[in-house]
Design a protein around this ligand. Sequence first.
Ligand SMILES: CCCCCCC/C=C/C(=O)SCCNC(=O)CCNC(=O)[C@H](O)C(C)(C)COP(=O)(O)OP(=O)(O)OC[C@H]1O[C@@H](n2cnc3c(N)ncnc32)[C@H](O)[C@@H]1OP(=O)(O)O
Ligand SMILES: Cc1cc2nc3c(=O)[nH]c(=O)nc-3n(C[C@H](O)[C@H](O)[C@H](O)COP(=O)(O)OP(=O)(O)OC[C@H]3O[C@@H](n4cnc5c(N)ncnc54)[C@H](O)[C@@H]3O)c2cc1C
Length: 661
Amino acid sequence: MDKNNERECNEDLIRERRKCNFNIEELTNIVDGGKARTARRREIQRLLINDPEFLDEIPQDYMSHEDRYSNELRKSAHLMQKLADQESGHDIHQDIGALTGILKDGNPLMVHLSMFIPAILGQANSEQQEKWLGRSLRNEIIGTYAQTELGHGTFVRGLETRATYDPTVEEFVLHTPTITATKWWPGGLGKTCNYCVVMAQLYTQGRCYGPHPFIVQLRDEETHRSLPGITLGEIGPRLGLNSNDNGFLKFENHRIPRTNMLMKHSQVLKDGTYVKPLHNKLSYGTMMLVRVGIVGACSRSLQYAVTIATRYSAVRHQSEIVPGQPEPQILDYQTQQYKVIPQIASVFALIFSARSLSKIQSSVTAKLKDGNTDLLPELHSLSSGLKALSSSDASWGVEVCRLACGGHGYLASSNLPRTYTGTTCAITYEGENTVLLLQVARYLIKSYRSIGKETGASSVSYLADQTSLASSSSSFSNKALVQAFKLSALSLVAEAEARLQKLCDMGQEFYHAWNYCSVLLLKCAEAHTRYYICEKYEQTVDSLKASEGVKNVLQSLCRLYLIYHITLTHGDFLKCGALTPRNIAVLEGEMCDLLAVLRPQAVSIVDAFDIPDELLGSTLGCWDGNVYQRLYDEALKSPLNKTDVPDAYYKYLLPLMKSSL
Ligand SMILES: CCCCCCC/C=C/C(=O)SCCNC(=O)CCNC(=O)[C@H](O)C(C)(C)COP(=O)(O)OP(=O)(O)OC[C@H]1O[C@@H](n2cnc3c(N)ncnc32)[C@H](O)[C@@H]1OP(=O)(O)O
Ligand SMILES: Cc1cc2nc3c(=O)[nH]c(=O)nc-3n(C[C@H](O)[C@H](O)[C@H](O)COP(=O)(O)OP(=O)(O)OC[C@H]3O[C@@H](n4cnc5c(N)ncnc54)[C@H](O)[C@@H]3O)c2cc1C
C-alpha cells in the first residue's frame, strides 16, 4: 500500500490524516526508542513482509490442529534461518518487537528464544555455556523451560519432580513420582524440542535443597524420538496460541550427568556436597527476565488493538448525534472516544515503564556480576508488579478495543480475538498476576516496616515520606497528580500494615493475618505499581526533547492517563484525602475535554505506531480503511462457501425438514 496515494484511501481517513498537527515520524522514533531503531525495525519488517514463505495458504482458522502447528513451525523455522542469514548480524532479543505479527498464534520456537536460551545464559557456568549456548543459538538444539507441573505452577517450592544425586556414578536421577508431578504447559515441549531446562527438587546427601535448573536431552538428535525413560506429548487445544505445542513430560528414573545441573549460582560437587548460591532466589532468574520482556510485549499487543479500533472508528458511521443529520463517524461519540483514546494513552505508559524497568534490570545484572545482590528484591518486586499491571491493562485494553468495533470486532478476520487470546495468557503465565502482586505487597510491607534503614531501593523510598499524608494539593499539574498517586499508594500501604499489625496484636499468626488482609494488600500493590507507571510517564514526557507538536500530544496523553486512572479508583484518592469530591468532579470534566482535544489526532497517533497491514492482519484496521470490501473478501474464503449447498444439508437438515411429511 502506497501511503502517499490518497486516491486508494477511504475519505474519512484522508480527512483524519489531514488534521494531524504533529510530526508522525518523530513520534514513531519515540515509540521505537530512536531513529536507528525505527530504521532497523523497518528493515526487518520489509524482509519479512516481502517473503512469500510467510504467507498462509488458507486462513489459520480453517486449518486442522496439526496443520496449524505444522504451518507455524514451517514459518518459525524459516524466520530463524532468515535472521541467521542476515549479513548485518542480529540480536534476536533486541529485535523481537519487529517480529510481532509475522507469526500469528503462538510460535513453537518462542520459549526456545525467550526462556531456554536466557536460562542457559543466566544459569549455566562458562563450561556449560561453551557446551550448549552456541548450539542453541545456532538452533542445532531446540529447548524449552519446563517448570510447571499438573499439580503446581504458582508454588515453585511445591514442585514434585526430583533430581537425586548419585555420587557413585556422578549422575542425577530425574523422576516424576506422581501424576501431579507431570510437567505440563511448557511451550514447544510436545513435539518441537529435543532439550529442555527442567526445574526439579535437588536431593543430595539425603537432603532436599529446593528447586534447581537442570538441562536435559529429551529426544534423539538424529531421529527426534523421545529417549528411554522420557514420556512426552502435547496437552491439547487452548483458548488461544493453538499453533504452539504446549506439552507434558514425565521421567522414569532418567539419568543425566552431574554436569547437567546448571551451576552458575549453586553447585553439587562430585562427592555430593552442595554449594549454595549468593542469593537463594537466583535460580528464579529466568522468570524475572521474562517478566521484564512481557511489559514491552503487552505494549505491542495494545498498539495492534488500538490501531485497529481507532481506524475502524474513523471509518464506521452509525446512528445520529444531531437528529436528521448524516450518520457520524463513531469516533465522534464521546463514549467511543472514552473506549479508544485512553488505550492509546496506555500504550505510551507501558512503553516508558518497560524502558525504565529494562534499565534497572541491566544495572542489577551488572551488580550481580560483581556478587552484589542488594537490589534483587527491588527488581523482583518491580518486575512482578509491572508484569501484572501491563498484562491486565493490555488484556482489558484489547478487549475494550474489540468491543469498540461492535459485531465486526468478534470476527476472526478483525484480528482482535487472536490479539486478545495472545495477550490474556500473560495474566497467567510467568507468575499468575494475583500471586505476583502479593509478592509486591510483601516487599512493600517489609519496606514500610524498615523505614529508616538504608536499602538503596528507590522505588519504595517514598514510603518514608509520612509528611505527604497530611498535605493535599490544590494544584492540578501533572506532577501534582502524580503526587496524588503517591499519596494514595502510601496511604494504602499504611492502612494494610496497620490492619496486619492489629490482627497480630489480637493474637493471630502473621500468615493468617496476611491472608485475611490480602484483598487490601492486592490494592496496595496495584496502587504502588500504578504510581510507578504514572511517575515514569510524567518524567519521560517532561524531559523529552521533542518538537512542540509531539510534546503537546504526549503531554495530553499523559494527562489523560493520569486522570483516567484517578477516576477508575477515585475512592482511594478520596479516602486518603489526596483529592476532594470537588477535585474529582473537575478532573472528570477535564478528562472529557482531553478526549475532545485528542480525538482529531487519534488516527495520526496510531499511524505513528507504524504497523504494516501485512503484520496487523486485520480487515478493520487496514491503513486504507477499505473495511467493507475486505470483510466481504475474507468471508468468501470460508470453506463453507465452496459450494452453494453443503453436504451437511443432505445428511442432517433435509431428513429433519422432510421428517414430518
Ligand atoms: C516475552 C514473552 C515471552 C512469553 C513466553 C512465556 C511462556 C511462559 C512461561 C512460564 O510460564 S514459565 C513458569 C513461570 N512460573 C512462575 O512464574 C511461577 C510463579 N511463582 C514464583 O515465582 C514463586 O513461587 C513465588 C510466587 C515468587 C514465591 O516463591 P517462594 O515460595 O520461593 O518465595 P516466598 O516464600 O514467597 O518468598 C521468599 C522470599 O523470596 C523472595 N523472592 C521470590 N522470588 C524472587 C526472585 N525472583 N528474586 C528475588 N527474590 C525473590 C520473596 O520476595 C521473599 O523475600 P522476603 O520477603 O523473604 O525477603
Ligand atoms: C499459555 C501458557 C503458556 C505457558 N508456558 C509455560 C512454559 O513454557 N513453561 C512452564 O513451566 N509453564 C508454563 N505455563 C504455566 C504457567 O506458568 C502457570 O500456569 C502459571 O504460573 C500459573 O500457575 P497455575 O496454573 O498453577 O495456577 P494456580 O496457582 O493454580 O492458580 C489458580 C488460582 O489460585 C490462585 N492462587 C494460587 N496461589 C495463590 C496464593 N499464594 N495466594 C493467592 N492466590 C493464589 C491464583 O491467583 C489463581 O486465581 C504456561 C501457561 C500458559 C497459560
